[in-house]
Design a protein around this ligand. Structure first.
Ligand SMILES: [Zn+2]
Length: 430
């Protein structure tokens, strides 16, 4: 497989559409789930010739994957090599499986991603994410780097001392990391007098957390990391379901789509495509996948298309960073918001580390937005925060001061592995 990204926009679209048609035929022949879906909706796939035709096919949801998981399997079980699950951030994890072809496709996907950020054969890369735990991406990084010809150090997740020991021993110039873990590594280096600022590491390929805002500038987390450690951060966006990653090139102006591996749509609430630059839900169809291909899968992630030509010369469309989850949309005093917008003001502009964003409905069904803060905050800080909200969001949420202990209890409910920063008390979905 060679990347088609440098072909003309028209040729890319043509190749992508051919791949999609191949996948439709494959699903019609091999997928129990999609065969039934086509039949139930009287869809003859030979009549799917345009994007408008494609939109006649109903969306596949996370619930479909949960309820009919085995019906998505298109190969016999003896062909399966790798069994993985989704992360399960919003619900139960879902099973996925990959055969030889899918692992090779995944390797090619990551090879292209690493190449896109300027990595070459001979570069050394330390993978600080897990390679096991049923995680699709760890193995994908290893396979992609191997295909590229890079040197790989598999430290796995956590263990800052092992990370630094490996950096000092093997002198990698790249890390693959979750952004907030980079902060932990910096903390460890500072506490143990490691000269991290002069280490061999020049850049990190980041996963799992947004690093940039909708204008592609570093967000609060990204700024915090680079202020402490002057390395280049590359944002990527991927999921088990998509089996493909969207990656920034060296110009950092959105995540390039790999058109031969995935077909994307960005849709409004009514299922119609949004205009370039407008925000909508990302709907994907995997291409060239054999074991569990997905057709028109609704990711729940809100993104926009970036269409202007990238300076790197690739003509593929790009996606903005994920700007929110569809279910987390807030409409407050006529303004559309997502939790990340509010978090960026709290952390980025005012540096308030301890907060919870609460959204609930008032008696007429409108969203009420408030921020709970520890009552140790000063009047002056509150004034700066209000100003920050007004400037960045054009609205000021209600600010509620609570006892610090009470706030921490709310932030760390029993059984939760991550602190709760956003509490959604609305009962009806939007
Ligand atoms: Zn580019």
């Amino acid at each position: 497989m060679n990347s088609i990204q440098n072909e003309s926009v028209e040729k890319i679209a043509r190749i992508q559409w051919l791949e999609l048609q191949k996948q439709l035929l494959y699903l019609q022949k091999n997928s129990k789930f999609y065969k039934k879906l086509f039949k139930d909706n009287a869809i003859d796939i030979s009549e799917i010739r345009t994007e408008a035709d494609l939109r006649r096919i109903p969306l596949t949801t996370k619930e479909d994957l949960q309820n009919y998981n085995e019906d998505f399997l298109c190969v016999s079980e003896e062909e399966v090599i790798d069994y993985v699950t989704t992360s399960g951030t919003l619900g139960n994890p879902v099973n996925f499986a990959l055969n030889e072809n899918d692992l090779e496709r995944l390797a090619e996907n990551e090879r292209q991603s690493f190449e896109m950020i300027g990595m070459l054969k001979g570069d050394k890369v330390q993978i600080t994410t897990t390679l096991d735990r049923r995680f699709i991406a760890g193995m994908a990084y290893f396979l992609g780097l191997r295909k590229l010809g890079a040197g790989i150090i598999r430290t796995g997740s956590g263990l800052p001392h092992l990370q630094w020991d490996s950096i000092l021993r093997f002198k990698p110039n790249y890390l693959v990391a979750v952004p907030s873990f980079l902060l932990k590594m910096i903390e460890y280096a500072q506490a143990n007098s490691i000269d991290y600022k002069n280490s061999s590491v020049k850049a990190a390929v980041c996963i799992g957390e947004p690093l940039r805002d909708q204008h592609n500038n570093l967000n609060a987390l990204g700024k915090k990391i680079t202020q402490l450690w002057d390395i280049e951060l590359f944002s990527t966006y991927a999921s088990t379901e998509m089996a493909t990653s969207f990656t920034e090139c060296v110009y950092h102006t959105g995540n390039h789509i790999k058109p031969e591996l995935i077909y994307t749509e960005v849709l409004d609430e009514s299922g119609n495509p949004v205009k370039i630059g407008e925000i909508g839900e990302l709907v994907i169809s995997t291409l060239q996948v054999q074991t569990m291909p997905l057709l028109r899968f609704a990711t729940g992630d809100l993104v926009s298309y970036i269409a202007d030509i990238c300076e790197c010369g690739r003509n593929s469309m790009r996606l903005s960073p994920v700007l929110g989850r569809k279910k987390q949309h807030i409409k407050y005093k006529g303004t559309s918001l997502y939790p990340q917008h509010i978090i960026d003001v709290l952390i980025g502009e005012v540096l308030i580390p301890n907060f919870i964003i609460v959204v609930q409905k008032d008696e007429v069904g409108m969203d009420l937005l408030s921020i709970k803060l520890a009552d140790t905050i000063s009047e002056k800080e509150i004034a700066v925060l209000r100003q920050g909200f007004q400037t960045s969001l054009q609205v000021i949420p209600e600010i509620v001061l609570v006892n610090e202990k009470e706030l921490n209890k709310l932030k760390h409910p029993v059984g939760s592995r991550k602190p709760v920063l956003f509490l959604d008390l609305r009962t009806t979905e939007i």
